[in-house]
Design a protein around this ligand. Structure first.
Ligand code: RB5
Length: 143
């Protein structure tokens, strides 16, 4: 699985921790920045990550800003992206099962490192449900 990462200045610290966590698990990771804590616009890395996922250059994307909200709004503008803002384990699992989310967004000013890594793990490991009602709803999103 290939995972692309992005963050703004408010998500930079947590993004670094998530990247090291994924590398430690031997997951193929590409980091689209930002690469330091200087102020920048979340839109830019959100677009890069969203386009990589939508074009299937990557299987999944993870985006971190201060709240995860700006990243989710921006990423969901790209057709084919289903970005989910997640701050708990239940939602991480549910959004894979029910929404087939392909981008995870999180708030670097909200989550601690250990919870963020646990959310990433369950989100990456959970497969989309094979149930018809979930497939139908995701197809409606794509239309
Ligand atoms: C940056 O201050 C902050 O607005 C941004 O990281 C994000 O939380 C926006 O949704």
């Amino acid at each position: 699985m290939k995972v692309v990462l992005g963050a703004d200045h408010a998500g930079y610290g947590l993004k670094e921790k998530v990247r090291k966590h994924l590398e430690h698990k031997d997951i193929d990771v590409q980091d689209f920045g930002t690469y330091n804590a200087e102020s920048c616009d979340y839109n830019d890395s959100a677009k890069k990550v969203a386009e990589a996922v939508a074009s299937k250059q990557a299987d999944r994307g993870i985006l971190i800003c201060g709240t995860g909200i700006g990243m989710s709004i921006q990423a969901n503008k790209t057709k084919g992206v289903r970005a989910a803002l997640v701050h708990d384990m239940f939602s991480a699992k549910a959004t894979r099962l029910h929404n087939d989310s392909n981008v995870l967004t999180m708030g670097g000013r909200i989550l601690g490192e250990d919870l963020a890594k646990a959310i990433v793990d369950v989100w990456l490991e959970t497969e989309f449900s094979a149930e018809d009602r979930h497939k139908r709803r995701v197809e409606k999103i794509e239309q």
